[in-house]
Design a protein around this ligand. Structure first.
Ligand SMILES: NC(=O)c1ccc[n+]([C@@H]2O[C@H](COP(=O)([O-])OP(=O)(O)OC[C@H]3O[C@@H](n4cnc5c(N)ncnc54)[C@H](O)[C@@H]3O)[C@@H](O)[C@H]2O)c1
Length: 325
């Protein structure tokens, strides 16, 4: 198949590009390189630099013939989205509408969308499944839910078939070390642990140690990016075969606390990681884990690399090579 991967130079997108290339698909990457890296893009893929907010850029790229679009390009910092909602609405919602309109114009029907756990908001029960109410508590989550809602309408009215994949905490690096670009200005725990491990940061902050968890720090569900990538390809095959839409959680069902993550990292590198306990952040649940029963059932998908040791080791393999960056 010919697949257009929008945001394919970024962290998760580049792993999906690799998976597509490995499976013999022809891939074009469209990215403005705002947070992505050219070195992340597999040499078998074509690269087109452009912005989803520029309809002329999109028109040019849709001159090519595509069977499917994977859409990873978005702003993703929940905290920043509360301060700059306009920026997030434009990038995430308007940007996606621009893509969908080009797809309709060019008769491209298959769309795989990066959604997020943030659509659920504060968990009412654990583990979160796809029947859990959606009630985002930050503007970022709202933008992703707004897009999911739009997708149902584009499907009904214009025949778009979609997979909306709600990732929990994407983590790890390609198990064979083929993706090397580090995340820029990370706001998530794991890259911050790694930046502290390589000495890029002297110390890291832990937001609260008085949660109702065994060690008092927050528990999250971490899923390896290679496992995410496999799920994307399987979702594409599923929606093409069945002509049905899918909205799925991608998670492991198992959570680790912040302190557990730091301890495992210390075991791998054989030295201490400095941290400071500071106040909780508003809106952080004590625990967030999810089940991917639908992905298991519809895609016959399960995680192969998402145990925490494999995740951290795969990150250390990349970060430790790049201490000087
Ligand atoms: N990382 C996570 O844990 C996580 C969890 C849930 C959902 N997601 C979603 O997954 C997707 C990918 O996340 P990521 O972690 O790989 O982020 P990332 O920032 O590494 O990747 C995003 C890519 O999109 C590109 N991009 C951004 N704005 C663009 C624009 N206007 N035009 C063209 N390209 C643009 C960037 O240059 C980058 O290459 C995002 O939609 C994010 O919301 C991520």
């Amino acid at each position: 198949m010919n697949v257009l991967v929008i945001g394919g130079a970024g962290y998760i997108g580049s792993h999906a590009v690799l998976e597509l290339c490995e499976n013999g698909h022809s891939v074009a990457v469209f990215d403005n390189l705002s947070t992505g890296h050219l070195i992340n893009i597999d040499s078998r893929a074509e690269f087109i630099q452009g912005n989803i907010l520029n309809n002329d850029d999109l028109k040019d790229v849709f001159n090519g013939k595509f069977d499917a679009v994977f859409h990873f390009a978005a702003l993703k910092a929940a905290g920043e989205s509360m301060l700059e909602p306009g920026k997030y609405a434009t990038s995430n919602i308007t940007g996606t509408i621009n893509i969908l309109n080009q797809m309709v114009e060019n008769n491209v029907t298959n769309f795989i969308f990066s959604s997020t756990a943030a659509v659920y908001g504060m968990p009412e029960y654990l583990p979160v499944d796809e029947n859990h109410p959606v009630n985002p508590i930050n503007f970022y989550g709202h933008t992703k839910l707004a897009i999911e809602n739009l997708l149902h309408w584009y499907s009904k009215l214009k025949g778009i078939r979609f997979g909306a994949l709600r990732y929990f905490n994407a983590a790890g690096y390609d198990i064979n070390g083929r993706i090397k670009g580090l995340e820029k200005n990370p706001a998530n725990l794991l890259p911050i642990v790694l930046e502290t491990a390589i000495g890029k940061r002297d110390s890291m902050d832990i937001y609260g140690d008085d949660y109702n968890t065994p060690d008092g720090t927050g528990i999250r569900d971490y899923i390896h990016v290679n496992d995410l990538a496999t799920a994307h390809l399987r979702t594409l095959n599923y929606i093409i075969k069945t002509k049905e839409n899918l909205t799925l959680n991608l998670a492991t069902g198992k959570g680790y606390s912040v302190l557990e993550v730091i301890e495992k990292m210390q075991e791998i590198i054989g030295k201490n990681i400095n941290y400071k306990i500071i106040d909780r952040r508003p809106g952080d649940p004590s625990e967030l884990i999810a089940v991917s029963k639908l992905a298991n059932e519809y895609l016959n998908w399960k995680c192969n690399y998402s145990d925490i040791k494999t995740i951290l080791q795969s990150m250390w393999d990349i970060y430790s090579q790049q201490k000087s960056l």
